[in-house]
Design a protein around this ligand. Structure first.
Ligand SMILES: [Zn+2]
Length: 120
């Protein structure tokens, strides 16, 4: 039997907040380059995408054990949104590594780790 400790819950929160922050930066980089939006702003389409991603993260059933979304078996994204976020990650991923190395490296490491580990 597994007890859920408050500590684990805190870790989940932290992890999800970090993930939201990372994806927020990625969408901002993408939006600035593709939709010519002013710095620190998002166009309506990208705002909607970010809201959608945050909502999916909040509802992620894996919680603290969550790996990278791209390696996840659930595929909780709608096909249209999935395509959008894939484009964002493909474009912003390499740029993230230069602007925010720590966040990007963490993200990449998790991609690798979740590919090997088995869930359940
Ligand atoms: Zn945009």
């Amino acid at each position: 039997m597994i007890k859920t400790k408050p500590f684990a819950q805190k870790m989940t929160m932290k992890k999800l907040e970090k993930e939201k922050k990372t994806i927020g930066i990625m969408i901002r980089i993408f939006c600035g380059a593709h939709h010519r939006t002013a710095r620190k702003l998002l166009c309506p389409a990208c705002t909607e995408l970010l809201d959608y991603v945050k909502e999916r993260l909040n509802k992620c059933p894996y919680g603290a054990n969550k790996g990278a979304c791209s390696k996840c078996k659930i595929h909780c994204y709608k096909p249209g949104k999935r395509k959008q976020i894939t484009e964002v990650m493909r474009y912003s991923g390499p740029k993230m590594a230069r602007k925010h190395p720590l966040l990007a490296i963490d993200h990449l490491l998790r991609l690798k780790a979740s590919g090997r580990s088995k869930t359940i």
